[in-house]
Design a binder for this molecule. Structure first.
Ligand SMILES: [Fe+2]
Length: 163
């Protein structure tokens, strides 16, 4: 189980972008976007998937979570919104995976979820909303030393443990 997800994590494009992002976030006092965050998002999303009986395949949730911030480096360096950069990189990686890894519909859902994960809005698809909620919930603002200086709005911050 999970070989599709490992194919993404080990894909040369993923490795290259992940490494650049890691360098760029070295010493950053605010939220970072590396494995700890990506897997927290995946795990929260999978729990919500079970609680809500959405029936989304585990591999799809983990793949979308792994990819959702992978373009963040381009936002730091070129100002490209990272949801756009991440969706583009995900499409490039998907194009090189073996056909049996994900169905066409699963790939479409993941791209949409990655592109939509930053803003809550009407008509979100289940995976898209899952990624949005899990991304926010993954941040432990109540225990963060940089909370006061962080530009997240008070409504967005997790000021307590949310079950
Ligand atoms: Fe994120």
């Amino acid at each position: 189980m999970g070989k599709e997800v490992e194919m993404i994590r080990k894909h040369p494009l993923y490795v290259a972008y992940y490494e650049k992002l890691k360098q760029a976030e070295h010493g950053r006092k605010f939220c970072c976007h590396q494995m700890e965050h990506l897997l927290a998002v995946a795990r929260i999303a999978y729990i919500l998937n079970l609680e809500r009986n959405l029936g989304i395949r585990k591999e799809v949730i983990y793949a979308a979570a792994l990819l959702h911030d992978i373009g963040k480096y381009e936002q730091y360096t070129d100002g490209v919104p990272h949801e756009e950069a991440s969706a583009r990189i995900a499409e490039q990686i998907f194009a090189e995976l073996p056909g049996e890894a994900f169905s066409g519909e699963e790939k479409r859902q993941m791209i949409r979820a990655i592109r939509g994960h930053r803003r809550e809005r009407e008509g979100m698809e289940p995976l898209e909303e899952l990624l949005y909620v899990s991304d926010k919930r993954s941040r432990n603002c109540f225990a963060c030393e940089s909370e006061a200086a962080c530009n997240w709005s008070p409504e967005k911050k997790n000021c307590s443990i949310v079950l």
